[in-house]
Design a protein around this ligand. Structure first.
Ligand code: TNX
Length: 483
């Protein structure tokens, strides 16, 4: 009798524990069953329309059968990603079987993104593809491309060839000669969009405006308030050469660019920047003064609202919805905008504003999601002015804040980590900054809070670093966790 109890104990307690699987992001429900399944077992694909989330899936591993259920292509892709991680783990552990289990999984948030900044340092198309390959297997589903900034314009616009002839090159970046030049042709970008879609990654374009436009103004001086002659910027920092709000031809230019970009990027979301736009030159401009009188704008901050409203008419015409880096001093944003929480120490005010104006947020706060910040103190040269963003901090981020479940659903669209590019000169550095923090971010976006814990994440980390290692992906070894 005693032996029988020990056997039962082994079967139901010890066995399932030793069969813990190493999946990231942590699936929302896993049940372990007894038995195992040979690795080479054929896979049965079942479309099941009762699976509510497009990205949701079920993965059932039985002794003689592996079943993948999903209601769409995205769910199928994610079931395969989970299975690939299970198989890799078994192989690493020199096992010829998978543990029997059922996983029922779906994302917490619909928007789970990374942002890269080829404006500051040009990325080759092949490197962006590699970056997509890696993020996709962690169920990150949007790649935001910061396509222009003071230091470069990176996408071909047929009606304005100087944007790339002039705006896509600079002499150096703070003395460095690396990746100062390059742009994507429309054909290349369409190809990249398709590449992403095959991996359930939608590409979100950003045309940052009205600030961060030195490269644009270098190409077409008429776009600035006093036809300023400048060159593409070669240093970091914030420029004052805004696109001029007082000139109608600026809005025609924006309309043309948005229209061309809309033919390349099928995604409904369209980022229009909006960050760090000092209005000094607007305030000095005769045209802007005339506009203020005509529109009866009493406060200069209303100029920003006016600007975005006009840009939004072009977006609407093209079936697009604006994403904007929210600045709290801008009084009104277009009603259909999705706003970014990004500045450090503004969460409380941004949440209040979201409730007041009823807009959705993408959470990208400097405290938790700036991947250009180093992962440990003194880890890297020349970035000591930046705060440190350790892996653990990313994992502990809860984009639900203190909102109720209903409020979370209403106001939080998802999360995004931003890899600003001033100090990211190549793919090695990009991967080094992104991993393993993007593993934590994937869990922040995908996994419900009760299924998340730092310790459980750390337990799965080594296996996942090995997964990246086998793919030739550079990452920062979190040496501080070794003991
Ligand atoms: C602020 S975050 C910026 C970027 C810089 C970044 C450096 C945001 C919307 N704007 O232009 O690259 O800081 O961390």
């Amino acid at each position: 009798m005693k032996i029988y109890y020990i056997f039962l104990l082994l079967l139901f307690v010890v066995l399932p524990l030793s069969a813990q699987v190493n999946v990231i992001p942590q699936p929302n429900k896993i049940e372990y069953h007894k038995g195992s399944c040979p690795l080479k077992t054929p896979i049965t694909y079942i479309t099941d329309n009762s699976i509510p989330s497009k990205e949701g899936y079920e993965l059932i591993v039985q002794p003689k059968k592996i079943i993948l259920k999903f209601s769409s292509k995205a769910g199928k892709f994610y079931a395969e990603q989970t299975l690939a991680q299970l198989i890799f783990q078994a192989e690493q552990e020199s096992k010829k079987v998978l543990p029997c289990l059922s996983i029922i999984d779906a994302p917490r948030f619909s928007y789970r993104a990374l942002m890269i900044d080829p404006a500051r340092h040009y990325w080759k198309v092949e490197d962006i593809k590699k970056y997509i390959d890696v993020m996709a297997q962690y169920k990150l589903n949007y790649l935001h491309l910061h396509l222009n900034d003071d230091q470069g314009w990176r996408i071909e616009i047929k009606k304005y060839p100087k944007l790339t002839e002039v705006g896509a090159k600079r002499t150096d970046f703070e003395g460095s000669k690396r990746n100062n030049e390059g742009y994507y042709t429309q054909e290349e970008m369409k190809n990249l969009v398709a590449y992403g879609l095959e991996r359930n990654v939608q590409l979100v374009p950003e045309f940052d405006m009205p600030g961060h436009n030195d490269a644009t103004v270098a190409a077409y001086p008429f776009l600035s308030c006093n036809d300023t002659i400048i060159t593409v910027r070669t240093t970091s920092g914030v420029s004052k050469n805004l696109l001029c709000v007082g000139k109608e031809k600026v809005f025609s230019f924006i309309d043309d660019v948005i229209t061309e970009l809309s033919t390349i990027f099928p995604c409904t979301y369209f980022h229009i920047g909006g960050d760090e736009a000092p209005m000094d030159k607007w305030q000095e401009s005769k045209e802007v003064r005339t506009l203020k009188n005509k529109e009866n704008l009493k406060d200069d901050s209303q100029l920003m609202s006016y600007f975005f409203e006009k840009v939004n008419t072009s977006l609407l015409k093209n079936g697009k919805q604006p994403l904007i880096w929210m600045e709290l001093d801008v009084p009104v944003y277009p009603k259909n905008s999705i706003m970014y929480l990004w500045r450090i120490n503004t969460t409380k005010q941004v949440l209040e504003r979201a409730k007041k104006d009823n807009f959705k947020l993408i959470c990208s706060p400097g405290e938790y999601a700036y991947f250009d910040y180093p992962q440990a103190k003194d880890d890297l040269p020349n970035v000591n002015w930046m705060p440190t963003l350790p892996l653990e901090k990313v994992l502990l981020f809860n984009p639900g804040f203190n909102l109720s479940k209903e409020e979370e659903k209403q106001y939080i669209l998802g999360v995004e980590a931003t890899l600003w590019g001033e100090s990211v000169k190549d793919l090695f550095r990009a991967f080094y900054m992104t991993y393993p923090r993007a593993l934590a971010l994937s869990e922040v976006g995908w996994t419900q809070m009760p299924q998340r814990s730092w310790q459980a994440f750390v337990d799965r980390l080594e296996g996942q670093l090995s997964y990246l290692w086998h793919q030739g992906v550079n990452y920062r070894v979190p040496v501080e966790l070794a003991n």
